[in-house]
Design a protein around this ligand. Structure first.
Ligand SMILES: Nc1nc2c(ncn2[C@@H]2O[C@H](COP(=O)(O)OP(=O)(O)OP(=O)(O)O)[C@@H](O)[C@H]2O)c(=O)[nH]1
Ligand SMILES: [Zn+2]
Length: 304
């Protein structure tokens, strides 16, 4: 790194202006990308909260550093991948027990995108005060896959301390469908943040991009919360169809036994994954999630 260049971390941004913290500094400065476009990056948003960037001596962003991980989806409106945040420690996949109605496929999509993005997911089921009696099988299934499944009520302050404990000092993303209670949860997790959240959002999320960007919010005791916009539909972004199987912990090993080494586990005559689904060792709902996500990715991928 030359003396003129500075490494900085991006905290928020929108409409071409980004709030960054330069290494060694404690004050956020507002900067832009040099020439408005980052070389070689063709994404809906070239930069996301959590990105490490390089600034030149005029404090213009000239480079995005390699990402260790990222939360992404495919943005159908823009026909491009969209990154919510990068370089985080874990993500809470937030679902609601009853309202909005719990959909196993939506949860799978959050998990798939977390796995594809190389971010460790924790399933957080909120609004358990509305009842979970219909859900024990679901909880069993996801626990058997190795996922942590935490039951909470943001409204009644249940399970909140546990979430605080497991996320102590970490950078934690929150994502989920619209209305599952992410904002309420964030306020329960971080009562001090309440006002600040509003202030940051008001300032940076004005206009018609309101629902599209994530923001880093400081946690008491170190680390950050990364609040993402509520989503109505959600498509994990697949660079190649082949990578999808790796997002399923229960399929990964089984797939090694498929006789065709390019097996996509869909139409092939012999397939270890399909056999496992028939035998019940892979849940049908999970396989259906696999099929759907693979199928829809074909419409934005030119070739496999
Ligand atoms: N019963 C119950 N309701 C809750 C709980 N947490 C949140 N809610 C309610 O759910 C509704 C949606 O909560 P929000 O926090 O706005 O949800 P959100 O996920 O941030 O929604 P978006 O802004 O659309 O992403 C509100 O009416 C909350 O009061 C809970 O633990 N129990
Ligand atoms: Zn197969």
């Amino acid at each position: 790194m030359s003396r003129e260049e500075m490494r900085a971390r991006l905290f928020y941004g929108r409409a071409g202006r980004f709030g960054v913290l330069v290494d060694g500094s404690s004050e956020i400065i507002h900067v832009m990308i040099k020439g408005k476009r980052l070389k070689g990056v063709d994404e809906y948003n070239p930069l996301a909260p959590g990105d490490w960037v390089e600034l030149d001596r005029d404090q213009l962003i000239i480079k995005r550093h390699h990402r260790d991980n990222a939360l992404q989806r495919f943005n159908w409106k823009q026909n491009k991948p969209q990154t919510f945040c990068a370089n985080i420690d874990m993500v809470f996949c937030v679902v609601a027990a009853k309202s909005p109605e719990f959909h196993v496929r939506f949860l799978d999509r959050l998990l798939i995108a977390s796995e594809l993005g190389n971010v460790n997911p924790v399933i957080v089921m909120n609004k358990i005060d509305e009842g979970v009696e219909h859900l024990p099988e679901i909880i069993d299934l996801y626990q058997s896959l190795g996922y942590e499944f935490v039951l909470v009520s943001a409204l009644q302050n249940k399970g909140i301390e546990y979430l605080q404990t497991i996320s102590q000092g970490k950078i934690v993303g929150l994502w989920g469908a619209s209305g599952v209670g992410k904002s309420t949860l964030l306020n329960a997790l971080e009562p001090m943040i309440q006002q600040e959240t509003g202030a940051v959002n008001r300032k940076w999320n004005r206009g018609n991009h309101t629902t599209n960007f994530a923001t880093f919010l400081p946690k008491s005791g170190g680390g950050f919360w990364v609040d993402t916009p509520g989503m109505r539909d959600f498509s994990p972004y697949l660079v190649h169809g082949e990578e999808l199987v790796h997002a399923f912990p229960e399929m990964n090993d089984v797939a090694q036994a498929c006789p065709f080494h390019n097996c996509m586990h869909i139409d092939e005559q012999e397939c270890a994954v399909k056999d496992a689904v028939e035998q019940g060792s892979i849940a049908m709902t999970r396989y259906q999630s696999y099929q759907k996500v693979l199928e829809e990715s074909k419409s934005y991928q030119k070739k496999w």
